[in-house]
Design a protein around this ligand. Sequence first.
Ligand code: LMR
Length: 394
Amino acid sequence: MFETLKSRPADSILALVQMYKEDPRQTKIDLGVGVYKDATGLTPIMRAIKSAEHQLWEEQDTKVYTGLAGDPAFADAMIKLVLGEAVARETVAAVATPGGTGAVRQAFELIQMARPEARVFVSNPTWPNHVSILNYLGIEVVPYRYFDNETRGVDFDGMIEDIGQAKAGDVVLLHGCCHNPTGANLNLTDWQSVVDVLLETGAVPMIDIAYQGFGDGLEEDARATRLVASSVPECLIAASCSKNFGIYRERTGLLMAVSQDADARKLNQDTLAFLNRQNYSFPPDHGARLVTMILNDDALRADWMAELEEVRSSMLELRSQLASELQRLSGSDRFGFLAQHRGMFSRLGATSEKVEEMRSKHGIYMVSDSRMNIAGLNAETVPILAKAIIDSGI
Ligand code: LMR
């Protein structure tokens, strides 16, 4: 039977990881996959995670299954982290999932179960795996304008016009903060306009929040998600702990379905648990447990927040270094957007040919759409990248 399988297109981000590994040049620079790296190029285990792991090793006395929805304490802690006091706890159905991707996948399956004809509106561009999973599930994808290649900011008028085409029963996928892949984000006034469109059209928002704490701060990065969740009758939220807790391989995420309709809530919770059972039965627990321990312990939480803040400010510092080096070399402000963008990524706005040239000539690896992982830089490589950008005529 296997002879009928067709080869699948390689994921653009993961293919780059492999290419980088195979490049023998000592001077190569990895700005590809969205993984935080410190100035030495290491992706560290956060201090609070190490402490929690140590404590868990001492105290945990069973590895028996958790519930189908995962440990309810994890859901409680994460709902608080993402939603704060924006909605009442009982309005939220939630299940632990294997990573943010697991939450995204389950959300799409839930949409398909509830409304097989639903279309999902996605920003152009979005994280390529959003589109890949939607295509795989056979859900219709409708791109909406998002990135303005001239200003390297958000094409807000285009976005509003395009999401205004959504109908009740459609879904609008939004990035809660730190837009991936562009780094260009809406301000809170813009978000209010998005909410107005959602209310007018009746489309259901789905928020993917994978970088809370990487943009303007832990609370600030959650504001848009909270605004949306508290304004609309129903929404879906896929949250990831991979980046802000640095536990990429532990696969830790949470899918939330918020509904103001009291009758829908139990059904939502049961349906999410059913989907977990069909896909992998019980969700992974190790990462979720560490996150719960950290969020529920004052000292661990304070240490985690302090380290997350160090991570965030180091990326901001790299952004401003790169923007000012480019300003010096180009004698213009046309790269100022790099300091305005937030999160791990910035889309440079270069053609794929230029990206390829940077790779072959300078050993600089960025995704072919010119997405750069800012955390892949350090004080020494910032000037090298800036010079390569100018030399390539970008
Ligand atoms: C990324 O966008 O690079 C990360 O979210 C990693 C991934 O799985 O693609």
